[in-house]
Design a protein around this ligand. Structure first.
Ligand code: PGA
Length: 256
């Protein structure tokens, strides 16, 4: 892995203050793996409390609005995420693309707003099973990369600074226990890297490409060792320290 591996937990619509104990345990372990960058993205309601509870790991939002403020009931802006203690935000998750009909253009606007507010971003892409079966997986993902990532002029130094990450999450592998074949992951990550180099020039090499979709303690080591895999975006297995820590451990060497 050319970059510091990045392991991100996505709690989705799960979690209460009672779960902060899990986050603290994850944070203590993250401190033992300084060669791994760890972050947790809880629901909006827990971001502030999580920020106060942890020291070694990053704290993320799961979405943000493209506008800085205004009449958007129920939405949260990137600046608000910063204000409450987040340092990164996931945008374009397939659940948001599906549940909230988010287009590539919307995802791009959110990604650009987040970078402008000073957040790191994790932009999610991935094909459906129908698209894979039709042989269109790489074309679909290439289109998502081209149209969902911040443009080079907006991204500016953020790409070189490692603040832009992509998560390749095949929709059919999310929450299903069905993991993509390592050879397919390697091929897709290579295709994504090619698009990133086209988009950002040679600094496109600085974008970490995470794999996501049913990553767990049993498969993390093999996936993380695969060519071009710069980390993992983890849903179900990030909800407890017991499930998440082996994934962090698989990414790092730990302290000497
Ligand atoms: P999963 O979710 O690990 O539960 O499959 C991954 C994600 O949606 O980010």
């Amino acid at each position: 892995m050319p970059h510091r591996p990045y392991i991100v937990g996505n709690w989705k619509m799960n979690g209460s203050r009672a779960m902060l104990a899990e986050a603290r345990a994850i944070d203590r372990a993250a401190a033992r793996y300084p060669d791994v960058q760890v972050a947790l993205a809880p629901p909006f309601t827990l971001i502030g409390a999580l920020r106060e509870a942890v020291t070694a790991m990053g704290v993320g939002g799961q979405d943000c609005h493209a506008q800085a403020k205004g009449a958007h009931t129920g939405d949260v802006s990137a600046a608000m995420l910063v204000d409450t203690g987040a340092d990164v935000v996931i945008v374009g998750h397939s659940e948001r693309r599906k549940d909230h009909a988010e287009s590539d253009a919307v995802v791009k606007a959110k990604a650009e707003a987040a970078l402008t507010a000073g957040l790191g971003i994790i932009v999610c892409v991935g094909e459906t099973l129908e698209e894979r079966d039709a042989g269109k997986a790489e074309a679909v993902v290439a289109g998502q990369i081209d149209h969902s990532l911040p443009s080079a002029d907006v991204a500016g130094d953020a790409v070189a600074a490692g603040k832009v990450a992509v998560a390749y999450e095949p929709v059919w592998a999310i929450g299903t226990g069905r993991v993509a074949a390592v050879s397919d992951v390697v091929a897709m990550h290579a295709a994504i890297r090619e698009r990133l180099l086209a988009l950002y020039g040679e600094t496109g090499a600085k974008v970490r490409i995470l794999y996501g979709g049913s990553v767990n303690a049993g498969n993390a080591a093999e996936l993380l060792a695969a060519d071009g895999v710069g980390g993992a975006l983890v849903g179900g297995a990030s909800l407890t320290a017991e499930a998440f820590l082996p994934i962090v451990a698989a990414a790092g060497t730990g302290e000497a």
